[in-house]
Design a protein around this ligand. Structure first.
Ligand code: SAM
Length: 228
């Protein structure tokens, strides 16, 4: 699998892949990460990539020409590339999207900057558009990293133990039960006593009850979504 970040600021992204699970996945050739800078495609003599908005309005908008040319070159290299634009106005990205996108062979994430991207680019090239939440970031780089991270951990071989994927929050209507580490007592705080008794069927029932409590408390909308 290939992830291509189409961005003016690849150095904001690169460091994320230099450590931990995703670094190991790249070393094992499970996926690769590439970068494409629209500025390298600018025909402007000063390599400009943005201009004031037609019709007025605050701030600068990313011009179509560098992005058209960058995305054409990407499609020429790989006709199967799936192009995702990051924009706060789109539907929010969720776990099911992460699983679905993990089956693609090549995803390109296009990050906007300034006041955003000329709408004609999105209309012409977007296979899908995503927001990561109802707030405005300075650019799409963080949003594309969030999505890339969530997608990549669903690719076979990325996680050491793929069982982790099946019991996590958002895999069903219930959030995952609380987790505890060692020691069993820490500064007078104990883990639930049932966890210590080794009766796995009782531990399962307790975990289910705790999952229900946690979901009702933090995310009752999840229960409503599943008509519970
Ligand atoms: N003027 C735009 C608006 O009000 O809809 C916001 C532009 S924002 C400052 C610049 C870029 O950051 C966007 O083009 C997009 O790529 C990215 N961005 C900002 N917030 C985002 C979010 N919540 N989800 C995904 N991308 C976001």
């Amino acid at each position: 699998m290939t992830f291509t970040f189409v961005t003016l600021f690849s150095n904001l992204i690169e460091g994320y892949f230099n450590d931990s699970i995703l670094k190991r996945a790249i070393e094992k050739n499970i996926f690769e990460v590439k970068y494409l800078n629209p500025r390298d495609f600018s025909l402007n003599k000063h390599s400009k990539v943005d201009d004031t908005a037609v019709g007025g309005g605050a701030g600068m908008v990313m011009n179509p020409q560098p992005l058209f040319d960058a995305l054409d070159s990407l499609k020429k290299e790989d006709e199967n590339v799936y192009i995702v634009f990051l924009t706060p106005v789109a539907k929010p990205f969720v776990q099911n999207d992460a699983k679905r996108l993990s089956n693609k062979s090549h995803i390109a994430f296009v990050s906007g900057r300034y006041e955003g991207i000329d709408e004609r680019v999105i209309e012409k090239y977007a296979d899908e558009v995503f927001s990561i939440g109802d707030y405005i970031l300075t650019g799409g780089e963080l949003a594309s990293l969030v999505i890339c991270d969530a997608v990549s951990r669903n690719i076979d071989g990325v996680l050491g133990n793929s069982d982790s994927l099946t019991v996590e929050s958002f895999e069903s209507e219930l959030l995952e039960a609380p987790s505890f580490s060692k020691p069993k007592n820490y500064e007078g705080l104990s883990v639930p006593s049932e966890y210590l008794k080794g009766n796995h069927s009782k531990i399962r029932s307790l975990k289910l009850a705790l999952s229900e409590c946690k979901t009702k408390f933090f995310r009752p909308d999840q229960l409503k979504k599943h008509n519970i």
